[in-house]
Design a protein around this ligand. Structure first.
Ligand code: SF4
Ligand code: SF4
Length: 125
């Protein structure tokens, strides 16, 4: 399936060092069916941002990934991510690396057909 949402974002690697695609907040990637992967180190910061204990956050907003090898954010019945609120991400400042890394640090063949991100200047680190 084209919209395989399972690739982990790699925070250290940009696929094309000469181009940085700037998200246009179309929210398409928040609506694809599949896992929104949560890594263990991300749990405390997201729970804290939401004012929850880590256990409460896990119980309320997560499920096992389809491969049962970790946690994913829950989805709504229409497959949107549970953190999508209109056009906004409720946890934008602390969103998972999978979300922050697309499409510059991971993507898939044909991603430009379904993502409206536009080439822009590469951010200086
Ligand atoms: S699909 Fe692309 S442009 Fe749309 S929200 Fe995701 S990264 Fe941004
Ligand atoms: S956590 Fe935020 S950015 Fe990631 S899929 Fe959910 S709504 Fe989109």
């Amino acid at each position: 399936m084209l919209h395989d949402h399972g690739s982990p974002a790699n925070p250290d690697v940009q696929l094309d060092p000469d181009v940085f695609y700037v998200c246009q907040r179309c929210t398409a990637c928040c609506k694809w069916p599949g896992d929104v992967r949560l890594e263990d180190h991300e749990l405390p910061r997201i729970a804290d941002f939401l004012g929850l204990s880590e256990d409460a956050f896990i119980a309320r907003y997560t499920r096992l990934r389809h491969n049962r090898q970790g946690l994913s954010l829950l989805e709504k019945p229409n497959h949107e991510c549970c953190m999508l609120d209109g056009a906004d991400c409720r946890i934008h400042p602390v969103k998972p690396d999978q979300c922050a890394g697309f499409p510059n640090r991971w993507n898939f063949p044909g991603w430009r057909d379904v993502c409206q991100a536009l080439p822009g200047p590469t951010p200086q680190s």
